[in-house]
Design a protein around this ligand. Structure first.
Ligand code: OFO
Length: 196
């Protein structure tokens, strides 16, 4: 009796009718994987920096790894609320060794650019099929990617400006910790040019 009532309730609360298309759901799940990879990638980089004594960079990357996990969860919530099924991604092949601090920030910039392309692809898809709800949801990621690319580029510029000789690397590590504050400042015309 109880079981059949429960089954009845399940039927009422779980409806298959929805506007999110299977294709869009697949693309969003692929983005979940990418965000999960970002989180794992930055965690691995953080650990390497920690062991090498780049403590400010390590803190920055541990934080960044956590942020990427939050991005992933944002998409989990969106897919499930829209009647789809967010899939826990399988993440492997994350490198553990890096040549230098400079290489790490080069890889971050390259990775963030690829994430931007992926977001743009889903935004474009949503616009073309008139899925304006998902299109709107993704605008947060569009802005976030602009900020993250800026952050990575600013980080790389520090290597050119300060140089890596003598206490250069130590100074770069210290300055990297201030970058988030820098990119949070409003840019020309009052447009925020940084992490929110
Ligand atoms: Fe998720 O913002 Fe970068 O990758």
């Amino acid at each position: 009796m109880y079981n059949s009532k429960y089954q009845e309730m399940k039927k009422q609360t779980v409806t298959k009718t929805r506007s999110l298309t299977i294709e869009t759901e697949k693309k969003l799940n692929a983005q979940i994987l990418l965000e999960g990879q970002s989180s794992a990638y930055y965690l691995s980089m953080a650990s390497w920096c920690d062991k090498e004594g780049y403590s400010t960079s390590a803190e920055f990357l541990y934080r960044h790894s956590e942020e990427e996990r939050q991005h992933m969860l944002k998409i989990f919530g969106y897919i499930n609320n829209a009647g789809g099924h967010a899939l826990q991604p399988v993440i492997d092949n994350i490198p553990h060794q890096f040549k230098s601090l400079h290489e790490i920030f080069e890889q971050i910039l390259e990775h963030e650019i690829s994430v931007t392309y992926s977001i743009n692809d889903i935004v474009d898809h949503c616009f073309s099929i008139r899925d304006f709800a998902t299109f709107h949801f993704l605008q947060w990621f569009v802005t976030e990617q602009r900020e993250e690319e800026t952050l990575a580029r600013r980080a790389l510029e520090l290597f050119d400006l300060i140089g890596e000789d003598g206490v250069g690397l130590w100074t770069i590590d210290q300055e990297l910790g201030k970058l988030e504050n820098f990119v949070q400042k409003p840019g020309p015309g009052g447009v925020t040019d940084g992490v929110v």
